[in-house]
Design a protein around this ligand. Structure first.
Ligand code: FHN
Length: 604
């Protein structure tokens, strides 16, 4: 009896301990926890195409929007000609360890290399197919082995990209042209059984521990030649050979369909937009192509790449950034420069990225940046990533009810406290004049427990007002269709209102005074008989919608769009700090439409 009681008490203690020390709230498994903790990885696209540099016989890759590694397919190159690219490699200069050193410098924790891309050429000494690097080099090179050794030496996890669906070399591999010429399932299975299965087996047998098998079928298997049976065969083999190896959703099975898939891969360069409660990743490029392209010119800035990483972590996601080395192994300066800068930033601020996760407030609540969080030993830290250092040197944080034990800059090793004011759910942090970091400065809000929050509020803008938009309402009745920005954002996000509708927002106002409100909308009718009433703090403001006309997007073009104009509604007196609801009743008469953009509430 006593023993049972002791065991139960012990169980409760262990459970409490685990809860207090919980690092990540999202549903990572034992297998994928490292992935979720590490957050940042390197992708390497290296293959025969690297030596072509985006050109074939003096002609640039066809189809401007395509990637350099698609050269063989786009320029319709026969495999027996394409292999001649092997002669352009500078084998003496090529040293994969340099890529690993670069990954380390950049603060990346794992590397995924294209062991075989769509061209079907194996970067290892494959015994399964003659179309492998070992067969075309003397002395034999095995880039995969060299990389595996270097990764081990430098403590970086190794992962393989393997193009399972598309293979332009094997007679029965998939090539989009086969949509026209056809191929039987039996033929495709020949490719599958004689190339895919044994090659993946080789990769998982001869190169030590492999952290991820990264597949690349970007449409669902039901729309392809691959059968679910083949995918399960491949998955089972991986589980059998390396049970700890992760598998991404581009295997062709979504994680909703098969819970045994470890993480979801979003579209190329597609950043997260919402918090997901399972592991996910964006693979991104520094410019456009994945493989080396000589005339690449769309380089993203360090700031924009860092923002991508921070954005994803703030939504529980990972970021894997690609390098496309040349055929001598050299990585373009534009890439090394950015990676080294990211690494320097992570050296100072990495605490806000590694083992960090999303915070419970809405991701778009604050217009100054993004929040990540971490709970360890019962303490919670919020990391405020400020992209846009406010002109008035105040950061407005909305929605946190608990009092922080301390606020400081992450870059300040002494953790010197920064002054702040807190009223209910409004915190104002008084910042130093100069941003401590040129890319993103991180402010830490530390709590002795998990902070309490108030959801549903509209965040205070960096400009000191509140934008009440179709998306941040707490209630809506009637029309609810929200259209995304279009025409490069020149037509803003809007709510299409027809008939009688009502909307409600909630704000917390910490500074009493006179506030003014205006409303932005588009109305394309001559008759001004649709109207609205807004109510806040006991004051009612009325407005008859007025025609807003059209505007010209580009001179002398057909780009004529509906104009969205702001109309002043009037003033509201706020006597004391507190929560305020703003109710908007809209009465749109028959056959008329209001395209509502936003209300703007600001202290006079
Ligand atoms: O077609 C490939 C492309 O070449 C590249 O490897 C990317 C990386 O995510 N995946 C495919 C397109 O999504």
């Amino acid at each position: 009896m006593i023993n049972k009681k002791i065991i139960r008490t012990l169980k409760v203690i262990i459970l409490l301990f685990l809860v207090a020390n919980k690092i990540n709230a999202q549903k990572a498994t034992e297998r994928s926890q490292w992935f979720v903790d590490d957050r940042f990885g390197m992708f390497i696209h290296f293959g025969l195409y690297s030596a072509a540099e985006g050109y074939w016989h003096g002609e640039k890759i066809r189809y401007d929007n395509n990637y350099a590694e698609w050269l063989q397919y786009r320029n319709r190159i026969d495999t027996k000609d394409y292999i001649s690219l092997i002669n352009r490699f500078q084998w003496d200069e090529l040293d994969p360890e340099q890529w690993v050193i670069l990954a380390k410098k950049a603060g990346m924790k794992y590397i995924t290399i294209t062991a075989k891309h769509h061209d079907g050429f194996a970067l290892w000494d494959s015994k399964v197919s003659d179309y492998s690097i070992g067969n075309y080099t003397s002395p034999k090179r095995d880039i995969i082995k060299e990389l595996a050794v270097a990764c081990k030496k430098h403590g970086i996890k190794l992962a393989f990209y393997y193009s399972h669906w598309v293979d332009w070399e094997h007679k029965y591999g998939w090539d989009h042209t086969k949509e026209l010429t056809g191929i039987t399932e039996l033929e495709y299975d020949k490719y599958w059984q004689e190339k895919v299965i044994p090659q993946v087996r080789e990769l998982l047998t001869n190169y030590g521990e492999i952290s991820i098998m990264w597949f690349d079928m970007w449409i669902h298997h039901s729309r392809t030649i691959i059968t679910k049976k083949q995918l399960i065969q491949l998955k089972n083999m991986i589980r059998e050979l390396q049970p700890n190896c992760l598998i991404n959703s581009r295997l062709g099975l979504s994680i909703e369909e098969d819970s045994d898939i470890d993480f979801r891969t979003l579209g190329d360069n597609q950043l997260g937009k919402e918090k997901l409660d399972y592991p996910w990743q964006t693979a991104g490029t520094v410019a456009h192509s994945w493989g080396y392209h000589a005339t690449e010119n769309q380089w993203k800035s360090t700031t924009s790449l860092l923002k991508s990483l921070i954005n994803n972590v703030s939504l529980n996601g990972n970021f894997m950034l690609n390098i496309g080395p040349r055929a001598n192994g050299e990585v373009p300066y534009e890439i090394t420069d950015r990676l080294e800068n990211i690494g320097k930033w992570l050296e100072i601020n990495g605490e806000s990225i590694y083992k960090s996760e999303a915070f419970d407030l809405r991701t778009d609540l604050h217009d100054w940046g993004k929040i990540t969080s971490k709970t360890e030993n019962g303490k919670t830290k919020l990391y405020l990533h400020v992209f846009n250092w406010p002109l008035d040197h105040q950061i407005r944080v909305t929605g946190i009810k608990s009092t922080p034990s301390k606020i400081y800059l992450l870059s300040d090793k002494l953790e010197t406290s920064i002054k702040y004011d807190q009223k209910e759910v409004a915190t104002r942090i008084y910042l130093p004049f100069k941003a401590p970091d040129p890319y993103a400065s991180v402010i830490v809000m530390e709590f002795n427990h998990k902070p309490k929050i108030e959801k549903g509020l509209v965040g205070e803008s960096i400009a000191g007002g509140y934008a009440l938009t179709p998306k941040n309402t707490i209630k809506s009745e009637g029309s609810t269709t929200i259209l995304s920005p279009s025409k490069f954002g020149s037509i803003p996000e809007r709510l299409i209102i027809e008939g009688n509708s009502a909307y409600e927002w909630r704000v917390y106002i910490d500074q009493p005074g006179t506030y003014f409100l205006d409303i932005s909308y588009s109305f394309q009718d001559k008759e001004n008989n649709s109207s609205m009433t807004l109510e806040m703090a006991g004051t009612k403001l009325k407005h008859n919608f007025k025609g807003t006309g059209k505007t010209v997007g580009e001179p002398k073009s057909a780009w004529i769009i509906d104009s969205y104009n702001s109309h002043p509604l009037g003033e509201i007196k706020i006597d004391h700090p507190g929560f305020y609801d703003i109710k908007l009743d809209v009465n749109v008469i028959k056959n008329q439409t209001i395209k509502f953009n936003r209300l703007w509430l600001k202290k006079s």
